[in-house]
Design a protein around this ligand. Sequence first.
Ligand SMILES: [Zn+2]
Length: 352
Amino acid sequence: MKKKLIVLFLSLSLLICIGCSNSEINISDNNIEVKGLTLKISLITVAYDVYRTNIGNSTTFNKEFYSSTGNYGLEYYKWLKDTYSSMDSSMKRKLINIFKNHGNWSYVSETISLDDNASVEEIVERLNSQSNLELSEMQKDNIDIFFKYFYKEHLKELIKENNYMIEKNTKEVNSFLENKNIDIFKFMEESSGIKFKKDYKAVFYYDLPPIGAMGFEEGNLKISTILPNTTKKDLLSTPFHEYSHELFKSFTKGIDFKKMANKLIKDKDLYDTYENIGKDAYDWVGWCDENLVEGFAKYLEYKYYNNKSEKSLYAYDLKFCNYLIENNFNQDNKSLEEISMEFYEKVLDGKL
Ligand SMILES: [Zn+2]
């Protein structure tokens, strides 16, 4: 269940921000690049974690949840608790005012286009003067005071403690990507037989929270945050899933897929998982789509890393992955849409 929760939060937070402007992100000629820690992301995500672990959602974001991600997660959790208890009541109030109406994603979607070296002052300036958030004067004042205090008194030290590990991971992952000369978009297009709408580049930013990742779109950049312990082995798992959504949308938005989804309501496994973990983030058609997307992401992992996943997150993700492998899926013979519909037909016929 915990694993499922993690994935749910990943899915919940992998929303796409379209239409941001003033991008100052520099990217090399490679079409995939991994960057280290930035304040424009971590100042907000870590402060948000202090908020939700102590006030916003302390029942879900509890010790057990963080511990389940490993030792780093447990230490991070303790830091969140200690940091909050060391704040005076006026700072605690400011923290609550900042996050009670806007989550981490809303704020980062405003700051993500800043320069990677943006300072706390520049971040505050962006949020308070140039953002689309409808902040009250009091919230602006709270943002100004709290974030400057939070960086100086708490976050600076946490970054110092973890920067070495993250810099090391960043270097390793980038040299892996360079050596393998990875073109993730081309690989996904060739594997699916479907073209992306744009000539994308992928940018990943390491972040400090051990739970949750976020996605943004900026022009032709697909931007994702990644967990601090991400290595070359699992770097591509998240984008395989995230980017597959665009490919599947090319047919799951159509009438045939909607008809299929209506028939699938009678499938107990799919319906039960929807009730338990799906309905907060997806409508029913979206849930039928999400199962296929995760299955296809697993299939890509298998093709790319030669690593066969045995873990099922949903009702039909792993089964769809296996179906693609067993039927030697080849888009020259059968389209991704055809094999997806065929798969769900078999589900309905009770043949899987
Ligand atoms: Zn998804």
